[in-house]
Design a protein around this ligand. Structure first.
Ligand code: PPS
Length: 567
């Protein structure tokens, strides 16, 4: 028989369809709460039984004991507080014993919460107990202290319908569905593997060894809800997992996606992961080195001892009811052309390793990734997602006074890029932008900022699609430039070039006669005359067209791009 869920029964909280239909209609008249991404993930696992024995968001007595002792009020082991945080205004608007409709961002009601408890948590104390720190470099702490509402609502849930997913639907299962699948396939000893990263050969060797060691089938169950900021997106990861699965012995491994919002809580989180896997029917759970670790703290020290998770789980293994398979890191020994656990390495072994940082560097530079490290089909998927810099989009943002030479320089750089680049290039020149994209805007600070934000937005779209955006506005305000940078940097590189030609020179050139008009008071608020230009403090590049020719300035820009592998 399959292992029993935590607490003995699978707590599925969906109502039968007729009642769910009635509750859905009723929910429209209730106070409405739109769930954020974490809350949505938590709700999905509460409703489908992944968080059994929980039957709702924690009430105060449960919360206090979970924080202090990793136990619910009734004594059962539960390490991570599952809470519904809201703002004070919303909490204050609720009547006693309110019911609240919990909705996704489209406004679809997913469940109704019957509020039993409204309480103000001590979030500092929660961070200290649950994460062992209040250091905000810990992503779980930063979220708890800075992006979590100050009031928690506790109470039971009644499920209306599951959150909608449109991606990889064939790989998503509730605990009941996965348990049914295991029974149909005669799988009763199952070792689960949790991950938030692409899997390489080391992971394959580790999981196969772990499965062999305990005589179990393998469940690869990556978290796809929300992982650590900066992780590879789950679409890419799932493509990698599917490719890797082909390299396992047939009928020995299966893949299922877990909509878990990770907290990066190290040992406590590992315990939580084990409980969830038990609810999904796994009899064993692999706990590796630094399980669910958040990396290093503000002083460069690891938040948790790399083996603390294994120790904590070993301590509770009996009570947990799922067997822990602790595993050291697997390393590659070139002399043996094989992977082996770190603790089996001897002095003659030539150990090779490619860290995550090194992998990213090689991807950026289009350098080879050896087959001992990962399978070529996985490399191909990663390269599609992370093309070498030379194939990525970027924005080249020229800023400087009117007449500083921005547009001319932009044209010269454009021509040089088109000689070699196969990527499409879009030019967003100051004057030209003002004829269409920013038509109707004037030269007040507000309008200038709006102009730069629009340019930044269009540039970010160009970059997102792998193109090059060349922008050449005056962009006199540092704040607006920073905003454009931020918009673009979510998609690719932002290269700010300060065209620093001094005002006297620009004015002496007076190509358009505008300086003379400004001096004569015929144009008001002219940049450099009676309107500010905030000099960029740390642009990627600075060129002064009164010191070098346009050709030479363009050459400097191109050389800089080449050095960064961008051109
Ligand atoms: S901003 O501040 O970045 O929004 O300006 P931008 O869109 O680049 O537009 C600058 C061009 O508009 C002309 N122009 C003025 N510039 C500055 N101040 C005032 N008051 C002004 N009025 C009109 C000017 O020709 C600028 O073009 P360039 O190519 O920079 O000379």
């Amino acid at each position: 028989a399959l292992v029993a869920p935590h607490g003995g029964v699978l707590r599925e909280l969906y109502l039968p369809s007729a009642e769910a239909e009635a509750l859905k209609r009723h929910s429209a008249s209730l106070p409405q709460w739109t769930l954020n991404q974490r809350q949505l993930c938590d709700l999905e696992l509460l409703l489908n039984g992944g968080f059994s024995p929980l039957q709702g968001f924690l009430v105060r007595t449960d919360y206090d004991r979970v924080v202090a002792e990793m136990r619910l009020a009734d004594g059962s082991l539960w390490p991570i507080p599952i809470t519904l945080d809201v703002d004070e205004a919303f909490a204050a608007s609720l009547p006693d014993h309110a019911q609240v409709s919990l909705n996704d961002t489209q406004g679809t009601p997913l469940a109704v919460l019957t509020v039993q408890d409204v309480y103000f948590p001590d979030r500092i104390a929660e961070a200290r107990s649950v994460f062992g720190t209040t250091d905000r470099t810990h992503p779980g702490v930063a979220e708890l202290l800075d992006r979590t509402g100050s009031v928690y609502l506790g109470g039971r849930l009644q499920g209306i319908q599951p959150p909608a997913h449109y991606d990889f639907t064939a790989l998503r299962h509730s605990p009941r569905q996965l348990r049914d699948w295991f029974r149909q396939h005669g799988w009763y000893r199952i070792v689960a593997f949790q991950t938030r990263n692409p899997m390489h050969r080391a992971h394959r060797e580790l999981t196969l060894r772990a499965a062999g060691q305990v005589g179990a089938k393998l469940l690869i169950q990556p978290s796809v809800g929300r992982t650590k900021p900066g992780d590879v997106d789950h679409y890419t990861r799932v493509r990698c997992y599917r490719a890797l699965l082909e390299h396992y012995p047939k009928e020995h491994a299966t893949l299922s996606l877990l909509p878990l919002a990770m907290r990066m809580g190290g040992p406590r989180e590992a315990l939580w992961h084990a409980i969830i896997r038990k609810n999904y029917g796994a009899s064993h759970f692999i706990v590796g080195r630094d399980h669910a670790g958040p990396g290093k703290d503000a002083h460069g020290n690891p938040f948790y001892d790399p083996y603390a998770a294994q120790q904590l789980l070993a301590q509770h293994e009996h009570e947990l009811g799922i067997r822990i398979v602790p595993f050291p890191a697997m390393v590659y020994a070139a002399n043996r052309d094989a992977y082996l656990p770190q603790n089996e390495v001897d002095a003659q072994d030539e150990i090779r390793d490619i860290s995550g940082t090194e992998l990213r560097r090689r991807l950026h530079h289009g350098e080879a990734i050896p087959e001992w490290f990962t399978f070529p089909d996985v490399t191909r998927i990663l390269r599609e997602r992370h093309p070498a810099n030379a194939r990525q989009g970027f924005a080249l943002f020229f800023t400087g006074l009117s007449g500083s030479g921005k547009s001319t320089l932009a044209q010269a750089v454009l021509a040089r890029l088109l000689e070699t680049a196969s990527r499409p290039v879009t030019v967003l020149d100051g004057d030209e932008v003002r004829r269409h994209l920013s038509k109707g805007l004037g030269f007040s600070r507000e309008d200038r900022d709006a102009n730069i934000t629009r340019i930044g937005y269009v540039a970010s779209e160009v970059v997102r699609h792998g193109g090059i955006a060349i922008c050449a506005p005056i962009a006199p305000y540092a704040g607006a430039r920073a905003e454009a940078r931020q918009l673009v940097q979510t998609q690719g590189r932002f290269v700010e070039v300060h065209v620093s030609t001094p005002l006297e020179i620009c004015e002496a050139r007076d190509r358009k006669g505008l300086y003379a008009a400004a001096r004569a008071g015929k144009i008001k608020g002219f940049t450099g005359i009676d309107d500010p230009y905030e000099t960029p403090a740390s642009p990627e590049l600075r060129v002064d067209t009164s010191q070098v020719s346009v050709d030479e300035a363009a050459e400097r820009v191109i050389a800089w791009l080449r050095a960064e592998d961008l051109a």
